[in-house]
Design a protein around this ligand. Structure first.
Ligand code: CAA
Length: 258
């Protein structure tokens, strides 16, 4: 069993759960935590026994941002030469779906980590924001790009330039959050949702995720062309044969992720 300093890791059936666990710092994302989260996500991602991943924090804070104490004395040369925050980009390359279960503060890097996941399930006390401007910096883990794509230019500019927070009602209205539950239930609901995802063909869910991400990253014609190719490739899988045979035979499919 690997020992972790900043996270808790659990396998529940086909769902891998990562809980950020630096309660005294409201789960501020330091380098150790980044490396632990990214390392576990990469392990889960190549494990057939895991069909979905949940990343969560505590009821008070999903994560209150990158660790300001760790960053405060860094110079330009250090952050640039060390490619500071660079490892987080790995999360965007995973094939396995990742659900963020957010309660409490998701600020700065915390909001960015939630947005690096495939979608966000929130508790009714969730608060989102990109307050970096108050520290004399700007978002550095993709926030200026993913928030703008999620909520549009007007709200993204408003939040990133003023540093104001967005409560969960506004975040849901704006499309940042997919579903909201009472804060005590949000994690359990996110795990239930991840279990639904994990019950499908892992190959199909990875291709579906890739297709939706094309909508995020490319134009319509290119995206539709990519989708068609990904759709065709599902016909090379045992899970397509099984899924369609099960429908015709009026039974539940047994996916083998092949
Ligand atoms: N980094 C380091 N430590 C942090 C932290 C952070 N981002 N956020 C909170 N903490 C620490 C506090 O320093 C405090 O530690 P001490 O007890 O040792 O003083 C502890 O967590 C509890 O925090 P507070 O006492 O401030 O708790 P609160 O309930 O009064 O306030 C809060 C909560 C409003 C979230 C407040 O902690 C806060 O504003 N945090 C910073 C939010 C922020 O600016 N995030 C952006 C960081 S920059 C970034 O993320 C860059 C990027 O693009 C990636």
């Amino acid at each position: 069993m690997t020992e972790y300093q900043t996270i808790l890791v659990e396998r529940r059936g086909r769902v891998g759960i990562i809980t950020l666990n630096r309660p005294k710092a409201l789960n501020a994302l330091n380098s150790e935590l980044m490396n632990e989260v990214v390392g576990v996500v990469k392990e889960f991602d190549v494990d057939d026994a895991i069909g979905a991943i949940v990343i969560t924090g505590s009821e008070k804070a999903f994560a209150a941002g990158a660790d300001i104490k760790e960053m405060s004395t860094k110079t330009y040369a250090e952050v640039a030469n060390q490619q500071f925050f660079g490892a987080w980009d790995e999360l965007a390359r995973t094939r396995t779906p990742i659900v963020a279960a957010v309660t409490g503060y998701a600020l700065g890097g915390g909001c960015e980590l939630a947005m690096l996941c495939d979608f966000i399930i929130a508790g009714d006390n969730a608060v989102f924001g990109q307050p970096e401007i108050n520290l004399g910096v700007i978002p550095g883990i993709g926030g200026s790009q993913r928030l703008t794509r999620a909520v549009g230019k007007a709200k993204a500019m408003d939040m990133i330039l003023t540093g104001r927070n967005m409560k969960v009602e506004e975040a849901e209205r704006a499309g940042l959050v997919s579903r909201v539950f009472p804060k005590e239930e949000a994690l359990a609901k996110a795990i239930e949702i991840a279990e639904v995802i994990a019950s499908k063909s892992l190959i199909a869910s990875a291709l579906a995720k890739e297709a939706v991400n094309r909508a995020f990253e490319s134009g319509l014609t290119e995206g539709v062309r990519a989708e068609r190719g990904l759709f065709y490739s599902t016909f090379a899988t045992d899970d397509q044969t099984e899924g369609m045979a099960a429908f015709v035979e009026k039974r539940d499919p047994i996916f083998t992720h092949r």
